[in-house]
Design a protein around this ligand. Structure first.
Ligand code: NAD
Length: 288
């Protein structure tokens, strides 16, 4: 078997076109242009690129983006005060804090300061709690983007075993809730899982979200599986790669995402989706 490639760039473009159309149509009917505030502290090179991509995404579909690029020594209290101001600002509908943050700043404290209805990353305990209770509002971008990719290929969930590798608050755990809601039987693996291969061999749907190149050996992939690679690592030659041994896995899987060009573009597109949702826009739920 040679796997079909899930083209995240193309699906993300379709989503962005839908958002742009929705935004133009509703703004013509007197709706306010949505505003997204992005806070970045310090100059972590990867974060600077992510933030630039988010700003370009906003420009592409017509969201006002407001950037707060702050020096690395910015205090936690300053950031709390800024978030409170943004919470109260009616032109701002979404607030995002780019991570990693400097050591002296507690990311969880800041996330909990964000008005949950402006929490476009979906990381506030209110939004994660809603997802856990099957009543999601603003959903974490990467797992929701993965669901959009799976729906795009008309993935069947019921009676399927979904195995997630990586259990972070931002990716693996909310991914498990998303797949549970969809009807899959879910196993969540992490650094203390002793026989990872045992679980991977059973996966009808595999989501790898660790950030260790080649952690998932291709020969463990079940014939006909759907493989979603969220992981991103940089090889010594500068190229980006995922967690899955792509060349061998793609001979066994039915569907597979590439890295780059798979999940990454969806994460940004879903952030824009969440911003429109937070601004009160109604977005079609049709699969992309
Ligand atoms: P994280 O470091 O917060 O979490 C990693 C998880 O992997 C942890 O739960 C840990 O227990 C688990 N883990 C570590 N070693 C393991 C092992 N040997 N076997 C099984 N599990 C193991 O990372 P994160 O923020 O969840 O991100 C994971 C990866 O996804 C990173 O490469 C990150 O860059 C990437 N990422 C990509 C996107 C995207 O848009 N494509 C978005 C977010 C994160």
């Amino acid at each position: 078997m040679t796997a079909n490639i899930i083209d995240g760039k193309s699906v993300a473009s379709t989503l962005k076109a839908r958002l742009k159309h929705t935004l133009q149509a509703e703004c013509n009917k007197d709706k306010q242009t949505p505003g997204l505030a992005v806070i970045i502290v310090g100059e972590d090179p990867a974060s600077v690129i992510y933030v630039r991509n988010k700003r370009l995404g906003c420009e592409e579909i017509g969201i006002h983006s407001h950037h707060y690029a702050l020096p690395v020594e910015t205090t936690e209290q300053y950031l709390i005060d800024l978030i409170r101001q943004l919470n109260a600002d009616p032109t701002i509908h979404g607030i995002l804090i780019q991570t990693p943050l400097p050591q002296h700043v507690n990311a969880q404290t800041l996330v909990e300061c964000i008005d949950p209805h402006k929490d476009v990353d979906g990381f506030h305990p209110y939004n994660l709690g809603r997802l856990a209770q099957r009543k999601p509002l603003l959903r974490p971008c990467t797992p929701f983007g993965v669901m959009m990719l799976l729906d795009h290929i008309q993935q069947v969930y019921k009676n399927k075993h979904a195995v997630i590798v990586g259990a972070s608050n931002s990716v693996g755990r909310p991914m498990a809730f998303e797949l549970l809601i969809a009807g899959a039987t879910v196993t969540l693996c992490h650094r203390f899982t002793s026989d990872l291969s045992y679980f991977i061999r059973q996966a009808d749907i595999l989501v790898a979200a660790v950030g260790r190149a080649g952690l998932i050996t291709g020969k463990d992939i079940k014939e006909g599986a759907t493989v979603i690679d969220v992981g991103i690592s940089r090889l010594p030659n500068g190229k980006l790669t995922g967690d899955v041994e792509f060349s061998v896995a793609s001979e066994r899987a039915a569907w597979i995402t590439p890295v780059p060009g798979g999940v990454g573009p969806m994460t940004v597109a879903v952030l824009l989706y969440n911003t429109l949702l937070a601004a009160g826009f109604t977005i079609s739920a049709e699969p992309l």
